[in-house]
Design a protein around this ligand. Structure first.
Ligand code: EPU
Length: 338
């Protein structure tokens, strides 16, 4: 297990923000974690578990201990007539896991192609894209409790998945280190093609009877066009969540702004496209200092190169204020601000 002191976190967050951590521990297996926790009593606020660093904005140096998950491995753990269960170490890249399942022709994760980040982080915010959330194919996760140093498994119900939500963002925040996640994939894939431009993209590709590989290819093409790649431009994907409002609020807004996009959400609510709200307030492509609202997607804030976390946060606050003033909607952060 590798341990570093006073280390820059710049290479470990996709925003490319240069802050320092007091200590970084990189466990390579569950035993490393348990041994480390037995020897050091860690307090909740002094511990931060870092996956791919693709959903975090660091605004200051972090005094405590960062766990950077290094647990690897992708294996089939069970198979029946209809499903295959694939278990991946928390430190695997999410993109690699999806590519692996797609290559084998297993269905379920293809719409989640090209999402930056690690496998261990995926259930925490229940990552989702193009009409699919990881929770729909989640079987279970394994984790170690920081306080008791005990191993525990969680099934989907226990994770309480919701829109960009799980119990690990709430009651159990920073209390468990996720070590592995198992997904249940379909041998006879049921494709989900109804979100946004997925069907049009497949048509443009000349595919009329798509397989999972084609869907993954279409999603990658859409994402490449719209979203900045963190290797070239620092960003953390959507900075805000899409706000969920009551039907009453939705109808009032829709009467005033007929072209405002919205999607049906559970319990008779509507999810409004935050990107549209932000664009409508004139923010798309605008820069403040070294932080900017991406020119192709208003929900994504980017680091022009030298941005500090405080600058990005400042821009996000200005956006929130405009959206609240114009639409009386409070945008919630999707990224974790530290
Ligand atoms: N739109 C605008 N202006 C823009 C961009 C989009 O008005 O600059 C409109 C589009 O026309 C569309 C609507 O907003 O009608 C929704 O846009 P899009 O399909 O790009 O999706 P999104 O709601 O902005 C969500 C996820 C993304 C995910 C996409 C695709 C959240 C917070 N974000 O974005 O996830 O890739 O759907 O499924 O739910 C992420 O979480 O980091 C992320 C990138």
């Amino acid at each position: 297990m590798k341990i570093d002191h006073n280390i820059s976190l710049k290479p470990y967050n996709t925003f490319g923000i240069d802050v320092r951590a007091g200590k970084m521990v990189i466990p390579e297996n569950e035993k490393d974690i348990i041994n480390y926790l037995e020897q050091h009593s860690l307090k909740k606020r002094q511990t931060f578990i870092l996956g791919g660093g693709s959903n975090v904005l660091f605004t200051r140096d972090f005094d405590g201990t960062v766990f950077k998950m290094g647990i690897k491995g992708i294996t089939v753990v069970h198979e029946d007539d209809n499903h295959v269960y694939i278990r991946a170490g928390a430190g695997e890249s999410w993109e690699d896991l999806v590519d692996h399942t797609v290559e084998k022709g297993y269905g379920g994760l293809e719409n989640l192609s090209m999402i930056p980040g690690s496998v261990g982080a995926a259930p925490i915010q229940n990552i989702g894209a193009y009409g699919v959330e990881q929770g729909e194919h989640f079987h279970q996760l394994e984790a170690v409790s920081i306080r008791e140093q005990e191993k525990r498994t969680f099934n989907a119900g226990q994770c309480r998945f919701g829109y960009r939500y799980s119990i690990f963002k709430d009651d159990l925040q920073n209390q468990y280190v996720i070590t592995a996640v198992t997904y249940r994939l379909d041998k006879q894939p049921v494709l989900k093609l109804d979100y946004g431009q997925v069907r049009q993209e497949l048509e443009a590709m000349g595919i009329d009877n798509p397989a999972v590989q084609h869907v993954a290819q279409a999603i990658k093409a859409i994402r490449t066009r719209k979203l900045p790649h963190p290797d070239q431009t620092g960003n953390a994907g959507s900075f805000f969540k899409n706000p969920v409002v009551t039907m009453e609020t939705w109808e009032k807004l829709k009467a005033r702004y007929p072209d405002m996009p919205g999607f049906q959400a559970p319990h008779d609510h509507m999810k409004i496209a935050a990107a549209w709200l932000i664009q409508h307030c004139g923010w798309k492509g605008k820069a403040v200092g070294h932080a900017m609202v991406h020119k192709n997607h208003a929900l994504v804030l980017v680091n022009l190169g030298k941005a500090t976390g405080a600058e990005v946060l400042h821009l996000s606050r200005m956006i929130r204020m405009s959206v609240e003033k114009q639409f009386a909607i409070k945008l919630e952060y999707e990224v974790n601000i530290l």
